[in-house]
Design a protein around this ligand. Structure first.
Ligand code: GDP
Length: 300
């Protein structure tokens, strides 16, 4: 339900327009497909994915001898599901069996701190022992904000002062997690994209610490992206994916945008599974993501 509400704007923008266009045509022709194409591109599905979907629709209309524009809607739903499931990989967070480490990466302002707080709360509510490591030591405000979220979520947080070595914070986080029998260690990291080389070095150093100190832990590298930035989120994903091996996406602010189609592009173009979606500012407003629920929420 929360997911459905979070996708209200996307549904209005995308599905209502699709319904509108399908209702206004009495037969299926190129103009109808052009109209659909425009709607998908506007919803940030991305040119490449949109073309793939439209081509497949045309093919099926021809092969299955479909005449009624209304039927396109079911084909479209089907194709979006197909394209999202055949790529993108597993949508579930890989945290079982414990212990697990989730490294959270992303640029400032995308909702990284908020997502860590919500995720910590969420996992704690499922009965897991959670520890947060405040690895974004670049900004004092980031550490303070994270401490506030830790309080709200009722989970322990390991932090050093501003300017400390992020890898040292993660090291301490790992020791704390081991000592306190933590199930999931959630690690914040600084995301300064303008210096790719630095970012790469910093993340690699952190990865090495995790590999060395916590080999038994499952690892997730979660990239936080802001859905309201649409195609910009896609570019950020591309850059981060060059710098490190992203295993999943947390897409925030889905509630504030009609560009929810970006989920489809992330999965199909970049092969990155969306694992979590943010649908509001409150601590409960983080949802696990799965393709069926998403497609039903958009078209249902
Ligand atoms: P950071 O700089 O990446 O750590 O970003 P913050 O976590 O501080 O979030 C930036 C702003 O985005 C804050 O005002 C958050 O309340 C807001 N925000 C984060 N996630 C969501 C979401 O899913 N929905 C909405 N509406 N706002 C969000």
């Amino acid at each position: 339900e929360k997911l459905k509400q979070g996708l209200d704007k996307t549904r209005k923008e995308m599905t209502d327009k699709i319904d509108g266009i399908l209702n206004s045509y009495s037969k299926i022709d190129d103009e109808l497909f052009e109209g659909l194409e425009e709607i998908l591109v506007t919803a940030d599905v991305g040119i490449k994915t949109t073309m793939e979907i439209i081509d497949k629709l045309k093919e099926r209309v021809r092969e299955e001898n479909i005449k009624d524009p209304e039927e396109i809607k079911y084909l479209l739903k089907d194709e979006i599901k197909r394209i999202m499931t055949q790529s993108g990989g597993e949508n579930e967070l890989k945290i079982d069996p414990s212990p697990a480490v989730i490294l959270v990466v992303g640029v400032n302002g995308v909702g990284k701190t908020t997502t860590i707080g919500k995720l910590a709360y969420n996992l704690k509510m499922q009965g897991r022992k959670i520890i947060i490591a405040a690895g974004d030591t670049f900004r004092a405000a980031a550490i303070e904000q994270l401490e506030e979220w830790g309080k709200k979520a009722g989970v322990d947080i390991v932090a050093h002062s501003e300017g400390a070595d992020p890898a040292a914070v993660i090291f301490d986080g790992i020791q704390a997690s081991k000592a306190r029998k933590g199930d999931v260690l959630i690690c914040d990291t600084a995301g300064r994209l303008h210096n790719k080389k630095n970012l790469m070095n910093e993340l690699n150093k952190i990865f090495r610490v995790v590999e060395r100190e916590y080999p038994e832990a499952q690892k997730e590298v979660l990239l936080v992206l802001d859905a309201t930035t649409g195609q910009n989120a896609i570019s950020q994903a591309k850059v981060f994916n060059e710098v490190c091996d992203i295993t999943g996406i947390a897409l925030t602010k889905l509630d504030g945008t009609a560009k929810g189609g970006v989920v489809i592009a992330l999965q199909s173009e970049l092969n990155l599974p969306v694992k979590l979606v943010g649908v509001g500012e409150n601590i409960e407003d983080l949802q696990p993501f799965n393709v069926d629920d998403f497609v039903e929420a958009i078209f249902g």
